[in-house]
Ligand binder design. Structure first.
Ligand code: CP3
Length: 348
């Protein structure tokens, strides 16, 4: 039987589609009343580690809006958890670690976990895949080693990530120890995600922009390349989202990723000029646009579509995650606009 094609996967590989596919980073989250209703009853950790809850929450935005891809409900910080570095979500702060790895001794004790730690997550992926329409893709994900390490070392969201930045200069050996162990763990983790049913993998490198390009290139990029190479062997598309990476497109293209996720600080048309035809682009509406009127939302969404113009290698998304203060109606306006307006760029 011929598998039904998934428009999201087609666009990842730049193949012909009849409109631009759309999903939104953090689409399963607090802006949805149905998410808040579940969250009232369960802790964030229960929601992440119970396959049935993970499935329910992942499917919420698909059921409401019909996005072209679902992203598994989880968090990049399950990786530190698997290494025994646990966090709590604190209101108005974010994730806070009880015991950050803020000494060299602690960094040296970091080891790769037993991959069975993630079994509930793999079971959840399997369940989601079985309950998701075959025309929709399921995106698995990981944080980048650099972004995850930042949380482990700082212990909480930081305004400058200076402790881990200084580690690069003062103790590169320990820094590389940490990055190597994270990279090996991530490779195993995403491989199992794909075996469990994920159709694509996105790497979130949210904290890249705290580094200069030359430090990024030497101290973070080689690890990203290792992960992307491993994803390639799994025969699913890789999406590399580097927040603040707009000025680094040429370098990021050399990562081998099939899709580059970009934020709103670079125009799609500029990124498209730099990358070869083999690479797709994902993005890049400024999430703050969604706080304005429907008319403005429509106008700004059209600008993004016009900026990419003709071609098949575009996946519509925001330039970063959706925030809890955004109205459900604003999201519907974006989706309607993308579905209707993008058709004109697919028939040429
Ligand atoms: O995209 C999706 O819908 C899938 C789920 C997802 C979450 N976190 C759920 C979540 C994904 C892909 C992430 C990734 C993530 N987590 C990143 C990288 C992407 C980004 O947005 O920058 C980072 C840096 C984290 C770490 C993290 N987790 C932070 C900083 C926070 C607190 C900030 C916030 O948004 O509240 C979290 C908690 C978190 N992760 C929530 C959700 C839905 C909020 C949980 C709640 O209070 O209900």
């Amino acid at each position: 039987m011929k598998k039904r094609s998934k428009i999201f996967i087609e666009a990842c590989f730049g193949r012909k589609v009849d409109h631009t596919p759309i999903w939104i980073m953090r689409q399963a989250g607090r802006y949805l009343p149905e998410y808040r209703a579940v969250r009232k009853k369960y802790s964030f950790h229960e929601m992440m580690h119970t396959p049935d809850l993970m499935t329910e929450i992942t499917l919420q935005p698909i059921n409401r809006y019909g996005f072209d891809a679902a992203i598994m409900f989880s968090d990049i910080l399950v990786i530190p958890e698997s290494m025994g570095i646990n966090f709590k979500l604190i209101k108005n702060i974010g994730p806070v670690f009880e015991n950050p790895i803020n000494t060299l001794e602690k960094i040296n004790t970091i080891r790769e976990p037993n991959i069975n730690y993630f079994n509930n997550i793999f079971e959840g992926i399997n369940k989601i895949r079985n309950n998701l329409d075959p025309s929709k893709a399921l995106i698995g994900f990981t944080g980048s080693p650099w972004t995850i390490a930042g949380y482990m070392v700082e212990g909480r969201p930081s305004k400058d990530y200076r402790n881990i930045r200084s580690l690069i200069y003062s103790n590169p050996g320990e820094y590389h120890h940490l990055m190597n162990h994270l990279t090996n763990t991530i490779i195993q983790y995403v491989s199992e995600q794909v075996k469990a049913g994920a159709d694509a993998i996105q790497i979130f490198d949210t904290n890249a922009s705290y580094l200069s390009q030359s430090i990024f290139k030497k101290f973070s990029f080689p690890y990203l390349k290792q992960i992307i190479n491993a994803i390639k062997k799994l025969n699913v598309p890789s999406i590399l989202f580097v927040k603040g990476g707009g000025g680094w497109i040429e370098l990021l293209e050399s990562s081998g990723a099939d899709v580059l996720g970009i934020d709103w600080t670079i125009k799609l048309e500029e990124a498209k000029r730099v990358v070869s035809k083999n690479i797709s682009l994902q993005g890049n509406l400024d999430p703050s646009v969604l706080l304005s009127s429907n008319q403005t939302i429509e106008k700004e969404t059209i600008k993004v579509l016009d900026s990419y113009g003709y071609g098949f290698g575009h996946i519509f998304n925001l330039g970063h995650g959706i925030t809890p203060d955004i109205s459900i109606d604003a999201v519907q306006t974006v989706i309607n606009t993308v579905r209707d307006y993008s058709k004109k760029y697919k028939n040429f």
